[in-house]
Design a protein around this ligand. Sequence first.
Ligand code: URA
Length: 186
Amino acid sequence: MSLYTWEELKNFVDRCTRCDLCRTRNRPVMGRGDIKSKIMLIAEAPGRMEDQQGIPFVGRSGGILDELLESAGLNRDGIYITNINKCHPPGNRDPERAEQEACMPYLKYETALIRPKIMVCLGRIAAQQIIRPDFKITREHGLWTERKGFYLMGVYHPSALLRDPEKIDSAKEDFRRIREKLDTFL
Ligand code: URA
């Protein structure tokens, strides 16, 4: 049983002042998708476009994410996508550790609400926050870690694939493995 509904959580996030990112954000970006999904994708923080629209992954990296999902026969309707930080860091910098910690309660409530079996960390920041502080994406992407009944995997962040398109095939292979695991829960 979760403490809050998605709407209640969104209301908290919309009014949040737990860290200084609230001073520069345009709109907080609550996670989105199917709250009954067995899979949750977690990235680091909204980008500029997401900050304008209040929706995760609507910018260029969202296009890459859709390509990865589609290559594995998935789409946004059946998954839940969120970020460690719900507010855009100015200048698109990485969220600081203290900012991440300030925002983690929301992710914990989202996880309690959705109760996913699989958590996929998009990029280093999310993987180091969720899986292990010294997680190395280049070495460990695509590998499963099992913890307390959750299956965790770190994969390349879609914006890393924009910068380095040569990695896209291996990212698609990771998503194929994610789909395979997801099918075991359906
Ligand atoms: N990059 C992220 O890390 N999160 C988003 O929601 C969009 C881009």
